[in-house]
Design a protein around this ligand. Structure first.
Ligand code: PAF
Length: 296
Protein backbone atom coordinates (compact mmCIF):
# COMPACT_ATOMS: atom_id res chain seq x y z
CA UNK A 1 0.00 0.00 0.00
CA UNK A 2 1.37 3.40 -0.97
CA UNK A 3 1.00 6.34 1.40
CA UNK A 4 1.16 9.97 0.33
CA UNK A 5 1.51 12.50 3.12
CA UNK A 6 3.90 10.79 5.52
CA UNK A 7 7.65 10.94 5.59
CA UNK A 8 9.86 7.86 5.78
CA UNK A 9 9.63 7.72 9.57
CA UNK A 10 5.92 7.32 9.20
CA UNK A 11 5.05 10.62 10.86
CA UNK A 12 2.80 13.13 9.14
CA UNK A 13 4.64 15.31 6.66
CA UNK A 14 6.23 18.20 8.47
CA UNK A 15 5.23 21.64 7.28
CA UNK A 16 8.81 22.15 6.09
CA UNK A 17 8.68 19.25 3.63
CA UNK A 18 9.17 20.46 0.09
CA UNK A 19 6.87 18.36 -2.11
CA UNK A 20 3.20 19.08 -1.70
CA UNK A 21 0.74 16.24 -1.28
CA UNK A 22 -1.10 17.74 -4.24
CA UNK A 23 1.90 17.43 -6.58
CA UNK A 24 2.61 13.90 -5.32
CA UNK A 25 -0.97 12.89 -5.90
CA UNK A 26 -0.98 14.39 -9.40
CA UNK A 27 2.09 12.26 -10.20
CA UNK A 28 0.38 9.17 -8.79
CA UNK A 29 -2.71 9.87 -10.89
CA UNK A 30 -0.66 10.25 -14.07
CA UNK A 31 1.05 6.94 -13.36
CA UNK A 32 -2.29 5.06 -13.34
CA UNK A 33 -3.03 3.04 -16.47
CA UNK A 34 -5.83 4.55 -18.48
CA UNK A 35 -9.01 2.52 -18.38
CA UNK A 36 -8.46 1.25 -14.81
CA UNK A 37 -11.44 1.70 -12.56
CA UNK A 38 -10.32 3.99 -9.73
CA UNK A 39 -12.40 3.92 -6.55
CA UNK A 40 -12.16 6.75 -4.03
CA UNK A 41 -13.15 6.47 -0.38
CA UNK A 42 -12.99 9.95 1.21
CA UNK A 43 -12.83 9.94 5.02
CA UNK A 44 -11.79 12.05 7.98
CA UNK A 45 -10.05 9.02 9.52
CA UNK A 46 -10.82 7.41 12.90
CA UNK A 47 -11.89 4.49 10.75
CA UNK A 48 -14.62 2.15 11.99
CA UNK A 49 -16.55 -0.74 10.49
CA UNK A 50 -18.68 1.70 8.46
CA UNK A 51 -15.60 3.04 6.66
CA UNK A 52 -14.23 -0.47 6.23
CA UNK A 53 -17.46 -1.51 4.50
CA UNK A 54 -16.88 1.36 2.01
CA UNK A 55 -13.31 0.17 1.34
CA UNK A 56 -14.58 -3.41 0.85
CA UNK A 57 -17.26 -2.30 -1.59
CA UNK A 58 -14.70 -0.21 -3.48
CA UNK A 59 -12.35 -3.21 -3.51
CA UNK A 60 -15.10 -5.38 -5.05
CA UNK A 61 -15.95 -2.83 -7.73
CA UNK A 62 -12.65 -1.18 -8.63
CA UNK A 63 -9.17 -2.08 -9.88
CA UNK A 64 -7.54 0.60 -7.74
CA UNK A 65 -8.77 1.73 -4.31
CA UNK A 66 -7.64 5.06 -2.85
CA UNK A 67 -8.56 6.17 0.66
CA UNK A 68 -8.20 9.76 1.81
CA UNK A 69 -7.85 10.89 5.41
CA UNK A 70 -8.25 14.57 6.16
CA UNK A 71 -10.14 16.29 8.96
CA UNK A 72 -11.29 19.08 6.67
CA UNK A 73 -11.39 22.40 8.56
CA UNK A 74 -13.71 24.16 6.09
CA UNK A 75 -16.63 21.94 7.11
CA UNK A 76 -16.34 22.93 10.79
CA UNK A 77 -17.52 26.29 12.08
CA UNK A 78 -15.59 28.03 14.88
CA UNK A 79 -16.53 26.36 18.17
CA UNK A 80 -17.39 23.01 16.56
CA UNK A 81 -15.37 19.87 17.26
CA UNK A 82 -12.50 20.25 14.75
CA UNK A 83 -9.85 20.04 17.49
CA UNK A 84 -11.46 17.21 19.42
CA UNK A 85 -12.38 15.15 16.33
CA UNK A 86 -10.79 11.72 16.93
CA UNK A 87 -7.47 11.12 15.17
CA UNK A 88 -6.12 7.57 15.02
CA UNK A 89 -3.65 7.58 12.14
CA UNK A 90 -1.60 4.48 13.03
CA UNK A 91 -4.60 2.21 13.36
CA UNK A 92 -6.24 3.80 10.27
CA UNK A 93 -3.19 2.93 8.17
CA UNK A 94 -3.18 -0.64 9.50
CA UNK A 95 -6.88 -1.09 8.78
CA UNK A 96 -6.59 0.41 5.29
CA UNK A 97 -3.79 -2.03 4.53
CA UNK A 98 -5.76 -4.99 5.92
CA UNK A 99 -8.72 -4.10 3.73
CA UNK A 100 -6.51 -3.92 0.65
CA UNK A 101 -6.45 -0.19 -0.12
CA UNK A 102 -3.82 0.59 -2.76
CA UNK A 103 -3.23 4.18 -1.72
CA UNK A 104 -3.81 6.24 1.41
CA UNK A 105 -3.54 9.97 0.91
CA UNK A 106 -3.29 12.22 3.96
CA UNK A 107 -4.54 15.73 3.36
CA UNK A 108 -3.15 18.82 5.04
CA UNK A 109 -4.44 22.39 5.16
CA UNK A 110 -1.19 23.96 4.08
CA UNK A 111 -1.38 22.34 0.65
CA UNK A 112 -5.14 22.23 0.25
CA UNK A 113 -6.00 25.71 1.48
CA UNK A 114 -2.90 27.84 0.85
CA UNK A 115 -2.90 31.54 1.65
CA UNK A 116 -5.18 33.32 -0.79
CA UNK A 117 -7.56 30.39 -1.28
CA UNK A 118 -10.92 31.99 -2.10
CA UNK A 119 -13.25 29.58 -3.89
CA UNK A 120 -16.55 28.35 -2.48
CA UNK A 121 -18.98 25.68 -3.65
CA UNK A 122 -22.60 25.57 -2.56
CA UNK A 123 -25.79 23.60 -3.11
CA UNK A 124 -27.99 25.80 -0.93
CA UNK A 125 -31.34 24.28 -1.78
CA UNK A 126 -30.35 20.94 -0.28
CA UNK A 127 -27.80 22.22 2.21
CA UNK A 128 -30.08 24.62 4.07
CA UNK A 129 -32.30 21.80 5.36
CA UNK A 130 -31.87 19.33 8.25
CA UNK A 131 -28.25 19.60 9.52
CA UNK A 132 -27.72 22.79 7.50
CA UNK A 133 -30.05 24.71 9.81
CA UNK A 134 -27.66 24.43 12.74
CA UNK A 135 -24.48 24.00 10.66
CA UNK A 136 -24.82 26.58 7.87
CA UNK A 137 -21.10 26.30 6.94
CA UNK A 138 -20.92 22.57 6.93
CA UNK A 139 -22.02 21.35 3.50
CA UNK A 140 -20.21 24.13 1.64
CA UNK A 141 -17.00 22.84 3.23
CA UNK A 142 -17.88 19.24 2.39
CA UNK A 143 -18.62 20.11 -1.26
CA UNK A 144 -15.39 22.07 -1.52
CA UNK A 145 -13.14 19.29 -0.29
CA UNK A 146 -15.02 16.55 -2.16
CA UNK A 147 -14.84 18.51 -5.42
CA UNK A 148 -11.11 19.07 -4.85
CA UNK A 149 -10.66 15.34 -4.30
CA UNK A 150 -12.62 14.56 -7.46
CA UNK A 151 -10.41 17.00 -9.41
CA UNK A 152 -7.23 15.46 -8.05
CA UNK A 153 -8.11 11.75 -8.16
CA UNK A 154 -10.49 11.81 -11.13
CA UNK A 155 -12.06 8.68 -9.67
CA UNK A 156 -14.35 6.45 -11.71
CA UNK A 157 -16.43 5.85 -8.58
CA UNK A 158 -16.59 7.40 -5.13
CA UNK A 159 -18.08 5.65 -2.11
CA UNK A 160 -20.18 7.37 0.57
CA UNK A 161 -22.19 5.94 3.45
CA UNK A 162 -25.92 6.56 3.78
CA UNK A 163 -25.45 7.39 7.44
CA UNK A 164 -24.72 10.87 6.06
CA UNK A 165 -27.83 10.88 3.90
CA UNK A 166 -27.91 14.64 3.40
CA UNK A 167 -24.21 14.68 2.52
CA UNK A 168 -24.49 12.00 -0.17
CA UNK A 169 -27.64 13.62 -1.61
CA UNK A 170 -25.84 16.97 -1.89
CA UNK A 171 -22.75 15.39 -3.44
CA UNK A 172 -24.89 13.63 -6.03
CA UNK A 173 -26.53 16.96 -6.91
CA UNK A 174 -23.16 18.71 -7.18
CA UNK A 175 -21.74 15.97 -9.41
CA UNK A 176 -24.77 16.13 -11.71
CA UNK A 177 -24.86 19.93 -11.84
CA UNK A 178 -21.13 20.30 -12.52
CA UNK A 179 -20.87 17.36 -14.97
CA UNK A 180 -18.28 15.60 -12.81
CA UNK A 181 -17.45 12.27 -14.41
CA UNK A 182 -17.55 10.22 -11.20
CA UNK A 183 -20.22 7.72 -10.20
CA UNK A 184 -21.41 8.21 -6.63
CA UNK A 185 -21.95 4.87 -4.92
CA UNK A 186 -24.25 4.97 -1.91
CA UNK A 187 -23.34 2.32 0.67
CA UNK A 188 -25.66 1.11 3.45
CA UNK A 189 -25.21 2.46 6.94
CA UNK A 190 -23.51 0.15 9.46
CA UNK A 191 -24.86 -0.12 13.03
CA UNK A 192 -23.44 -1.47 16.28
CA UNK A 193 -25.15 -4.69 17.42
CA UNK A 194 -27.39 -2.63 19.75
CA UNK A 195 -28.53 -0.36 16.91
CA UNK A 196 -26.32 2.71 17.44
CA UNK A 197 -25.26 4.13 14.06
CA UNK A 198 -21.49 3.82 13.70
CA UNK A 199 -19.69 7.14 13.82
CA UNK A 200 -16.13 8.23 14.52
CA UNK A 201 -17.58 10.52 17.18
CA UNK A 202 -19.05 7.59 19.20
CA UNK A 203 -15.70 7.10 20.98
CA UNK A 204 -16.25 10.48 22.65
CA UNK A 205 -19.47 9.35 24.35
CA UNK A 206 -19.36 8.47 28.05
CA UNK A 207 -21.11 5.22 29.01
CA UNK A 208 -24.13 7.21 30.15
CA UNK A 209 -24.27 9.33 26.99
CA UNK A 210 -23.93 6.23 24.85
CA UNK A 211 -26.96 4.76 26.60
CA UNK A 212 -28.93 7.93 25.85
CA UNK A 213 -27.63 7.98 22.27
CA UNK A 214 -29.17 4.56 21.72
CA UNK A 215 -32.60 6.15 21.88
CA UNK A 216 -31.96 7.83 18.50
CA UNK A 217 -32.10 4.54 16.64
CA UNK A 218 -34.85 3.30 18.96
CA UNK A 219 -36.96 6.31 18.00
CA UNK A 220 -36.38 5.63 14.31
CA UNK A 221 -37.19 1.94 14.73
CA UNK A 222 -40.40 2.90 16.57
CA UNK A 223 -41.43 4.88 13.50
CA UNK A 224 -40.58 1.95 11.26
CA UNK A 225 -42.71 -0.37 13.38
CA UNK A 226 -45.74 1.93 13.33
CA UNK A 227 -45.24 2.42 9.60
CA UNK A 228 -45.22 -1.35 9.09
CA UNK A 229 -48.41 -1.40 11.15
CA UNK A 230 -49.99 0.94 8.58
CA UNK A 231 -49.65 4.37 10.22
CA UNK A 232 -48.88 6.97 7.55
CA UNK A 233 -49.65 10.15 9.48
CA UNK A 234 -46.49 12.20 10.02
CA UNK A 235 -47.61 13.78 13.31
CA UNK A 236 -48.53 10.48 14.97
CA UNK A 237 -45.36 8.74 13.73
CA UNK A 238 -43.22 11.58 15.09
CA UNK A 239 -45.18 11.66 18.34
CA UNK A 240 -44.54 7.92 18.85
CA UNK A 241 -40.82 8.41 18.24
CA UNK A 242 -40.66 11.36 20.65
CA UNK A 243 -42.01 9.18 23.44
CA UNK A 244 -39.05 6.80 22.98
CA UNK A 245 -36.38 9.50 22.78
CA UNK A 246 -34.33 10.04 25.94
CA UNK A 247 -35.45 13.43 27.35
CA UNK A 248 -31.85 14.26 28.36
CA UNK A 249 -30.74 14.34 24.74
CA UNK A 250 -30.69 17.77 23.16
CA UNK A 251 -32.82 17.16 20.08
CA UNK A 252 -31.97 19.25 17.02
CA UNK A 253 -34.48 17.77 14.61
CA UNK A 254 -36.57 14.69 13.94
CA UNK A 255 -38.09 15.00 10.49
CA UNK A 256 -39.70 12.92 7.80
CA UNK A 257 -38.39 13.98 4.40
CA UNK A 258 -38.64 13.06 0.76
CA UNK A 259 -35.58 10.90 0.21
CA UNK A 260 -34.83 12.43 -3.19
CA UNK A 261 -34.76 16.13 -2.36
CA UNK A 262 -34.91 16.11 1.46
CA UNK A 263 -38.01 18.32 1.46
CA UNK A 264 -40.24 17.90 4.52
CA UNK A 265 -43.11 15.45 4.27
CA UNK A 266 -46.28 16.85 5.83
CA UNK A 267 -49.65 15.31 6.56
CA UNK A 268 -49.67 11.82 5.15
CA UNK A 269 -46.38 10.16 4.22
CA UNK A 270 -46.24 8.91 0.64
CA UNK A 271 -43.46 7.94 -1.76
CA UNK A 272 -39.81 7.60 -0.92
CA UNK A 273 -39.59 8.67 2.71
CA UNK A 274 -36.58 8.97 5.01
CA UNK A 275 -36.70 9.80 8.70
CA UNK A 276 -33.72 11.85 9.85
CA UNK A 277 -32.67 12.76 13.35
CA UNK A 278 -29.89 14.83 14.92
CA UNK A 279 -29.29 15.29 18.65
CA UNK A 280 -26.56 16.01 21.11
CA UNK A 281 -25.56 13.64 23.88
CA UNK A 282 -23.41 15.89 26.06
CA UNK A 283 -20.82 17.45 23.76
CA UNK A 284 -21.26 14.89 21.00
CA UNK A 285 -23.51 15.61 18.05
CA UNK A 286 -25.08 12.50 16.54
CA UNK A 287 -27.13 11.87 13.41
CA UNK A 288 -29.08 8.87 12.19
CA UNK A 289 -31.73 8.03 9.60
CA UNK A 290 -33.85 5.24 8.20
CA UNK A 291 -35.68 4.79 4.93
CA UNK A 292 -39.28 3.66 5.08
CA UNK A 293 -40.20 1.06 2.50
CA UNK A 294 -43.72 0.61 1.30
CA UNK A 295 -45.42 -2.52 2.57
CA UNK A 296 -48.73 -2.97 0.83
O1 PAF B 1 -18.11 12.05 5.59
C1 PAF B 1 -16.97 12.51 5.88
O2 PAF B 1 -16.18 11.88 6.58
C2 PAF B 1 -16.57 13.87 5.35
O3 PAF B 1 -17.62 14.77 5.35
C3 PAF B 1 -15.91 13.80 3.97
C4 PAF B 1 -16.87 13.31 2.89
C5 PAF B 1 -14.68 12.88 4.00
C6 PAF B 1 -15.43 15.20 3.53
O4 PAF B 1 -14.52 15.72 4.45
Amino acid sequence: MQIIGVDQQGTEKSLRSSQSIVAELQQWRKSQQSGRVIGLVPTMGALHEGHLSLIRQARRECGVVALTIFVNPTQFAPGEDLDSYPRTLDSDLQLAEQEGADLVWLGNSRDLYPTGFATTVAVPELADRLCGKSRPHHFGGVCLIVLKLFQLFQPTKAFFGEKDLQQVTIIERMVTDLHVDTEIVRCPMVRESDGLAMSSRNVRLTAEERQRALSLSKALFAIEESWRGGDRMVHSLIEGAMSVLDPDLELEYLEMVDRNDLSPVVGEAKGDVAVCIAARAGEVRLIDNITLEFFS
